[in-house]
Design a binder for this molecule. Structure first.
Ligand SMILES: Nc1ncnc2c1ncn2[C@@H]1O[C@H](COP(=O)(O)OP(=O)(O)O)[C@@H](O)[C@H]1O
Ligand SMILES: Nc1ccn([C@@H]2O[C@H](COP(=O)(O)OP(=O)(O)O)[C@@H](O)[C@H]2O)c(=O)n1
Ligand SMILES: [Mg+2]
Length: 245
């Protein structure tokens, strides 16, 4: 594939949206098996980043534009006195401190059901797209707000082919999340309520935006996994391969 954000050959991107627990990840796994897409879950990428930290330190610059900046400056000033004595040690400690702060920021935001700044998520998505070697992507759980949407478009210049939207009641989503059993820190009733609120207030407007452009494929996600996939399959099957009924 061309470099992400390249003008030459744009990859095919399908945004997979829906409330927490609507079945995005489950259906993406099925789509991958049948249609050769690479599945990129924004939430999974953030959780991996939170656990491992940034290998190349790319995420560090993000700190300068968020509320943690003050904390970093404070730490720099404290270290300054030692710098003249032992500059390498101080520099190493600062890098470790910044990585810890960066990881903690992601962890705290996920625990609170908040949306992580776009710079972080988009960098992770771009890297995963480049590393995949594929040119067809299911981007699951992104964009989750207007900031995500506008920043992705501005940075990558990629417009989604369409948006797959899983429509499901809160009651059903809550039931599913509470029995998901993946040990996620945000799968508890308190955070679930916050995530539902964020979904209604910030994510649904993104779905509406794409709907106004005629790009949304809405699926009733309250049915069984197999029934939902039957509908999804039709959406992904190229028009010329669909059998006329
Ligand atoms: N159609 C469905 N009916 C019942 N349970 C489902 C269905 N789709 C997914 N699940 C289950 O619900 C939970 C949430 O699904 P998941 O794919 O992780 O949703 P999301 O990624 O949208 O949060 C998982 O435990 C999954 O096995
Ligand atoms: N675009 C995104 C996607 C997820 N996230 C964070 O990651 C959390 C989990 O996202 P997820 O997509 O794995 O959750 P589900 O909808 O799959 O349950 C969200 O509640 C946000 O805190 C984010 O900040 N920005
Ligand atoms: Mg998911």
């Amino acid at each position: 594939m061309g470099t992400v954000g390249d003008a030459e050959k744009k990859p095919t991107v399908v945004f997979v949206l829906g409330g927490p627990g609507s079945g995005k990840g489950t259906q993406c796994a099925n789509i991958v098996k049948h249609f050769g897409y690479t599945h990129l879950s924004a939430g999974d990428l953030l959780r991996a980043e939170m656990k491992s930290g940034s290998e190349n330190g790319d995420g560090l610059y993000v700190l300068s534009c968020n509320v943690l900046f003050g904390h970093v400056v404070w730490c720099c000033v404290r270290f300054w006195n030692f710098y003249s004595v032992c500059p390498d040690l101080v520099r190493e400690h600062l890098v470790i401190l910044l990585l810890v702060v960066y990881r903690t920021m992601i962890q705290d935001m996920i625990k609170e059901g908040k949306i992580v700044p776009s710079e972080v998520t988009i960098k992770l998505l771009q890297k995963a797209m480049q590393d995949s070697g594929n040119d067809k992507f299911l981007i699951d759980g992104f964009p989750r707000n207007e900031e995500n949407r506008a920043a992705f478009e501005a940075v990558t210049k990629i417009e989604p082919a369409f948006v797959l939207f899983f429509d499901c009641s809160e009651e059903e989503m809550e039931k599913r999340i509470l029995s998901r059993n993946q040990g996620r820190e945000d799968d508890n009733i308190e955070t679930i309520r916050k995530r539902f609120k964020v979904f209604l207030e910030s994510s649904l407007p993104v779905v509406k935006y794409y709907d106004s452009k005629g790009k949304v494929q809405k699926v009733d996600a309250a049915k069984s996994v197999d029934e939902v996939f039957e509908v999804v399959k039709v959406i992904f099957t190229p028009k010329d391969e669909k059998v006329a009924v």
